[in-house]
Design a protein around this ligand. Structure first.
Ligand code: PLP
Length: 401
């Protein structure tokens, strides 16, 4: 039978970050010693007390459906998290637990975005934002930010991007892929622009909230005032701060009516997230967070090393990230150069292909993040791997003519 896919399939591309990880794994399976800088997940194990809570849930028979939007216990624990970390009071009716932050975001766009709606996405952006918006029929308005501004959108850039069709503005701080981060003052300046456009929703993707460096303090736009809480959809999850990527738990905090619409969408698609992962998340969110100090210190050590080394490689310069676990070097100095095998490097895709094929280093090209002339290196991998990978990148860059 001839396959005729629904036209909406043509609006989205496969995830470039998942593709690079798959390629690296394929080479590794063939016995090739590939250094992977592609990972979007911490290399630490999920803390023991969280794993223990999952085992207890299993033993207690918590293996059945839960309410679609999450257990009462987890919703209350998420409310307590927001009270503790953001100083905000949400009720359980304003919380939705989903199958990872990605699912939370998908629910948001499904509930809010339709044909003709524009969504402002500062670039470089996480690969899935424009794809999800387009899938829902909306128009992603990707606005380039400047490296010299720490990859943060200026109030003037935001103002210029707003039209009567703007439905949502996405804020992701700390950011994937740049590690850029907005200060409280900067967020207040953006809020001053948005104040004039009260119909625009803010999606605040705070998934890297806990991973910040150089004394940078995380600040959420939802905390400015009750009016800002009412127009912000906060999205967060267990993947990054608790090293629980495989458990698939994300959550949103949003006004009750919107949460209820997202709950209905979830009820007709996935139903509840895994019962056992929800029980583990209760332990994670309410338990001891001291493990994070060591994790952040280790990420910070790698961050300093990777940035320092990248800045010494000819043709590469690297902004110092303030959060998350990615370095986002500018590689425009490599473009136009010739490899010893006779290829000319013309773009970030070409650089990434050359690095993996000829030097066994997996990086993610900047293009799918909306940033040609850059590449992303995750430092959520061991210092030994980072050193080996940077040695290879350095040798590769020095071989160019
Ligand atoms: N938001 C950002 C900015 C991310 O980088 C990711 C994961 O890479 C997610 C959301 C979703 O993470 P998950 O679906 O694992 O919770």
């Amino acid at each position: 039978m001839k396959l005729k896919l629904a036209s909406r399939n043509a609006r989205i591309q496969p995830s470039a970050t998942l593709a690079i990880t798959a390629k690296a794994n394929e080479l590794k399976a063939k016995g090739i010693d590939v250094v992977g800088f592609g990972a979007g997940e911490p290399d630490f194990d999920t803390p023991d007390h969280i794993k223990q809570a999952a085992k207890t849930a299993l033993d207690k028979g918590q293996t059945k459906y839960t309410p679609v939007g999450g257990t009462k216990e987890l919703k209350e624990t998420v409310c307590a998290k927001f009270r503790r970390d953001y100083g905000l009071d949400y009720t359980p009716a304003e919380i939705l637990i989903s199958v990872g932050g990605k699912h939370s975001l998908f629910n948001i766009f499904m509930a809010l975005v339709e044909e003709g709606d524009e969504v402002i996405i500062p670039a470089p952006y996480w690969v899935s934002y424009p794809e999800m918006v387009a899938f829902c029929g909306g128009t992603p308005v990707c606005v380039p930010t400047k490296e010299s501004n720490g990859f943060c959108m200026t109030p003037a850039e935001l103002e210029a991007a707003i039209t009567p069709r703007t439905k949502i503005f996405i804020l992701n701080s700390p950011s994937n892929p740049t590690g850029g981060m907005y200060s409280e003052e900067h967020i207040r300046a953006l809020a001053a622009v948005l104040e004039k456009h009260p119909d625009i929703w803010i999606v605040s993707d705070d998934i890297y909230e806990k991973l910040t460096y150089d004394g940078m303090r995380f600040f959420s736009i939802a905390t400015i005032s009750p009016a800002w809480k009412a127009r912000t959809i906060v999205c967060n999850g267990m993947s990054k701060a608790y090293s629980m990527t495989g458990w698939r738990i994300g959550f949103t905090a949003a006004p009750k009516d919107l949460t209820s619409a997202m709950d209905t969408i979830q009820g007709q698609s996935t139903s509840n997230p895994t019962s056992i992962a929800q029980a583990a998340s209760v332990a994670g969110l309410s338990g001891d967070h001291s493990f994070l100090t060591a994790w952040v210190a280790e990420f910070d050590r790698r961050r300093r090393y990777i940035v320092e080394r990248l800045n010494r490689i000819p043709g590469i310069s690297c902004f110092t990230p303030k959060g998350a676990f990615y370095a986002f070097p500018n590689i425009s100095g490599l473009l136009g150069k010739k490899t010893p095998s006779g290829k000319t490097l013309t773009d970030s895709m070409g650089v990434a292909a050359w690095l993996i094929e000829e030097h066994n280093v997996a990086v993610v090209p900047g293009a799918p993040f909306g940033a040609e002339g850059f590449m992303r290196l995750s430092y959520a991998t061991s210092m030994e791997q980072i050193t080996k990978g940077l040695d290879r990148i350095e040798t590769a860059a020095k071989s160019l003519k």
